[in-house]
Every structure is written in C-alpha cells, then in structure tokens.
Write a protein that binds this ligand. Structure first.
Ligand SMILES: [Zn+2]
Length: 408
C-alpha cells in the first residue's frame, strides 16, 4: 500500500521537472570552449587536458563548489601509461572533483569524462590519417562535461538544501580505458560507502527525437525504472534502456563497486571518434532537455524514502528496446521480477490498468495478443498501440489466469 501512495505522490510532483532550467547558450559556450582547437582534443596528460581541467575547476570554484580532489584542490592526479608509436610514456592525468556539501550522510556522484583523443596519437581514432590532427570531441565528451558544469550550477543556485550532497566529477583517462574513474573508485576522495548512486553522461549532444536517449544501468537499481519514465514523458523524449551496469564509460567503475549507476547517451553517429566531432553539430536544445530529465531525477531521488538499492544487472546486451509514449497502462512494473511477464508493483488511479481491474501483484503475461517475456517486450508492445484502442490483457493473479479488457 505504501508503494502505491508513493507512486501517486511522485506522479503529482513530476510537474516541477518540466520547467526549462538549462539555457542552450551556456551549453553552446562550454562546448565551444572545450571542443575548440586551442584545447587540441584534450588528450589525457596533454596541455589541452590541463587547460580543460583549469576551466572546469575555475567554473566549480566560481559556482561555489568545495574542492574535493587531493591536497585541498579540485584536482585528483593519477598516473597513466600509454604507448605512442610503440614507446611507453608514463604521464600524469587528472580528474576534477567538486563537492556540494549539504551536510547529508549520502552523496550522489554526477560525472562525465572530459578527456578525448587529443591529436590522434593515443590510438582509437576512426579518422584515416588521424595523426597530428585535432580530435575536438564535442559530443564525446564536451557535451557530458557541460552537463556536469550546468548541473553543478543548477543545484548550487536552486536555493534548496537537498537531503543529499553532490560530488561533481570530470574524469580524465576515459578514452585510454576508464583510467580516471578507476583511480577515483580505488582512491576515493569521499568514503565509497557514503555514495548513494552515480549518474554518468557520455555523449549527450546529438539527440535525435526519433531515436531518443539511451539509458544504461537500468537494471542496477529498481529506482531508475520507477523515476525516469515520467521524467522522459515530461520532456516528450523517447528512450531506450540497457539493463547492464557494465559499458564503455565511467559508470562501469562505480557499478563494479556495487553502486547503482545510470548513464545517459544520445547514441553513435558518423563523426564518432573522428576529427569531425565538432561543436556546431551539437543539438544544444536536445541537451538542455536531457539535463532537465537528469535534474528532475536528482530531485526525485531526494524524495525517495530510502537510498537506491543496488542490483546486480545482467550482461552487457541484455534487454535493449525502444519505447515511445503514445499509450501507457498507468502501472509501476516491478523491475526486480525475473520471471515471465510483467509484475505490477503499483497502479495509478483512473488510468487504463486500474479501470481494467488490474491489481498490485498481478503478472501480465500477454497484451494485445502478444506474449510478454520480459519487461522489454512489454515496452515494445506498448509502443505499437494508439490511444483509445482496446486490447486484451492476460494476467496471472496468484494461481488464477484472467483476461481483462484494457482501453488505452
Ligand atoms: Zn566518451
């Protein structure tokens, strides 16, 4: 019962998150600087990396974050070894870490890597003849770094003392193998057991409304499936989910320490890891909408009665699907249920499921003539229906099988 009440309260408060809080011109300004030729592609341990790190640290400082690197600074240096033309170089890269201290017991990490491929000597460029050419990395990942900066500013300036602290981290060494985030989780500057969850942004600058945003780490806590769908709806944004906590970005380092993670990503494109990943191709309005979703997520996490529970989440390719929002049942699925069908954990008042008589604990096994294997099938089936359509839903209630008529 408690869960249902909570679900309804959250549905009401979701309105707040739809306000436009993030200004496209600030997004354009940060990305324009970070992805400028002057920063030479922000290769780890390069002069361009240092310039970017200083820009981020200056922004953290003027915004009002406390330094949370090492030795009272915003920087957390780490050793990195990489080969250039067959010769191993040992150099120093640096994470940039700022703390919004609300005096709370738990801290949410908001992170993105700011390093990129430099001038193509570190490998992994997909451009032909890439050596000595600047890889500006506007989408990868000046866009996510900008998300860290603007979210820090938003939470400093919002005049609300949240029930969590926030640790904003710009990681380096990501393109060389998540080195900065691995270093952070091995040598954390706040106790790891005070970290509630980690939100990562890697490539959030190329939103295509037909494809939407890809949300990874979905299976690492039930809380993502509970909170994100309504927020995405408030921004009229489609999304695709990937349950895994292990992926090609820094959230992986936190997941491997049993911390719930979620990552936002607008998808691959033809300029990925090429010298053509430039600032003018960024969809700044799309990024602003994604930041609204993330800010809303942080606010909703603050209203949760408990910290997100960590779940071990599947393998790297489990359960990828697309959903759109023409219709919904008005239920909260139980994301931890692993049997066949969709188990219902909450039913919203006056929505199609409640009107059809679907109850908490029911397991919907078929919808509109299609079998539901997993929650992802369910989301895909929903995507095929229109408002006003009536379909049969077959469900299990205890040992009993029932069929009800649902009108979307
Ligand atoms: Zn990246």
């Amino acid at each position: 019962m408690q869960k249902i009440v909570l679900f309804i309260l959250l549905s009401i408060t979701s309105l707040g998150a739809s306000a436009q809080n993030f200004q496209p011109e600030f997004i354009r300004k940060h990305i324009g600087f970070l992805a400028s030729d002057d920063l030479e592609g922000r290769g780890t341990a390069s002069l361009g990396e240092i310039k970017a790190a200083n820009y981020i640290a200056d922004f953290f400082k003027t915004t009002g974050l406390k330094p949370a690197g090492t030795n009272g600074s915003f920087f957390q240096p780490f050793e990195v070894t990489f080969a250039v033309d067959g010769t191993a170089h040992q150099l120093i890269g640096r994470n940039v870490v700022g703390f919004l201290d609300n005096g709370a017991a738990k801290t949410i990490v908001v992170g993105a890597h700011y390093d990129h491929l430099g001038k193509g000597y570190q490998g992994s460029s997909l451009s032909p003849d890439s050596k000595n050419k600047i890889h500006n990395g506007a989408d990868d990942n000046a866009s996510g770094t900008t998300g860290v900066l603007e979210l820090a500013k938003y939470f400093i300036e919002n005049d609300v003392k949240e029930k969590h602290n926030y640790l904003f981290i710009a990681f380096s060494g990501e393109e060389l193998g998540l080195i900065g985030s691995k270093h952070f989780t091995e040598k954390p500057t706040i106790p790891l057991n005070t970290i509630s969850c980690m939100i990562n942004m890697d490539m959030i600058g190329r939103l295509d409304d037909n494809k939407g945003v890809i949300v990874s780490g979905w299976g690492t806590s039930k809380v993502w499936g509970k909170l994100i769908p309504g927020l995405a709806r408030s921004q009229s944004m489609k999304y695709t989910v990937d349950s895994s906590g292990v992926g090609a970005s820094d959230h992986t380092s936190f997941y491997l320490k049993n911390i719930p993670v979620v990552q936002f990503f607008t998808g691959g494109h033809g300029d990925y890891h090429k010298i053509s990943d430039d600032a003018e191709k960024i969809n700044v309005d799309g990024e602003a909408r994604i930041l609204n979703i993330i800010a809303g997520l942080l606010q909703k996490l603050d209203q949760e009665p408990t910290e997100p529970e960590f779940l071990t989440a599947g393998n790297a390719h489990a359960g990828v699907t697309t959903s759109n929002f023409k219709v919904t049942l008005g239920v909260m699925p139980d994301y931890s249920y692993t049997g066949k069908g969709v188990k219902i954990d909450g039913v919203s008042k006056a929505r199609p499921a409640e009107k059809a008589g679907i109850l908490v604990g029911d397991i919907i096994t078929r919808l509109g003539g299609e079998t539901i294997g997993t929650i992802y099938d369910y989301m895909e089936i929903l995507g095929k229906h229109e408002k006003g359509q009536q379909v049969d839903a077959e469900l299990l209630r205890g040992k009993e099988t029932k069929t009800v008529k649902v009108t979307f």
